[in-house]
Design a protein around this ligand. Structure first.
Ligand SMILES: C[S@@+](CC[C@H](N)C(=O)[O-])C[C@H]1O[C@@H](n2cnc3c(N)ncnc32)[C@H](O)[C@@H]1O
Length: 260
């Protein structure tokens, strides 16, 4: 991974995107097949630490790894131990952690099976591997698309990596069969893969807008806007969404498995 897609994303992620990804991280940790209290758990692709927070609440001892030093730097004083590193070559020894969590990061790699093998390598036999990726469903997107239209009208063009993420990488795990095939090829055991529409408690237009404008693809562009223009963009996005706002329920693929 040569480009840090998340170099400018930490503030928006932690204060906006977290409205959706925080509940999703908590739901993933809650899916663990055994109690996590006292266990050393890898938070792979930790970002600003949403899964680490859920792991700590469960009594676990997380260790965070992410390729973006900027994401790991967010609130670092209150975060668990962390290291910059890529999912493709985790800076951990074999069997170095008891369990591993990968919340919405396997969908950022070109070879998810290799990344799953790497999670299995660093996790002790019997340990859990928990992961989420976005499901390919589109019905939840029609409201969100209104925000994207406002941003596009204001001159935003998504970076090339975002097109690669959404059209090439995410579809590699975009349904139950695809996730299942990748996990089976990685040699994990006791595999349970589900697709569900997640209730994340986002019901107000303001929260949906903060989530969407907090995502990484738009972060650098937003940060370069004058404060007044940024505020106006948010107002226009809320106005575009409010008339059709419904609870935001993204479809999510969840993996629960064990290292044999
Ligand atoms: C969608 S965010 C998810 C962050 C966090 N897990 C959460 O649920 O809020 C993806 C994170 O994975 C990191 N990431 C992307 N590709 C990675 C890779 N190949 N190796 C390690 N981290 C990666 C990004 O820097 C970013 O922080």
């Amino acid at each position: 991974m040569t480009v840090d897609r998340y170099a400018h994303a930490a503030p928006g992620w932690a204060t906006g995107a977290a409205r959706v990804y925080g509940p999703l991280a908590a739901q993933l940790v809650a899916a663990a097949p055994h109690p996590l209290a006292g266990r050393r758990v890898l938070d792979a692709g930790a970002g600003t630490g949403l899964a680490s927070t859920a792991l700590r609440a469960a009594g676990a001892r997380p260790v965070a790894i992410d390729y973006s030093p900027a994401m790991l730097a967010w609130d670092a004083a209150h975060r668990p131990p962390s290291a910059a590193g890529a999912l493709e070559a985790l800076p951990l020894r074999d069997d170095g952690v008891d369990d591993a969590v990968a919340a919405f990061v396997l969908n950022h790699v070109d070879d998810p099976t290799a990344a799953l093998r790497e999670l299995a390598r660093v996790t002790r036999p019997g340990g859990a591997v928990l992961a989420t990726s976005p499901a390919a469903g589109t019905t939840h997107r029609s409201v969100r698309d209104r925000i994207d239209a406002v941003v596009a009208d204001a001159g935003f063009t998504p970076p090339d990596w975002y097109a690669h993420l959404t059209t090439v990488q995410a579809p590699l795990l975009g349904d139950v069969t695809a996730m299942r095939d990748a996990v089976d090829a990685a040699g994990l055991a006791d595999v349970v893969v589900t697709e569900r529409v997640a209730d994340v408690g986002v019901e107000r237009a303001e929260d949906l807008v903060d989530y969407r404008l907090g995502q990484a693809h738009v972060a650098a562009w937003l940060a370069a806007l004058p404060e007044g223009e940024r505020a106006e963009l948010r107002r226009a996005s809320v106005a575009a969404v409010a008339p059709v706002m419904a609870p935001y329920r993204p479809p999510v693929i969840t993996l629960v498995a064990r290292v044999p």
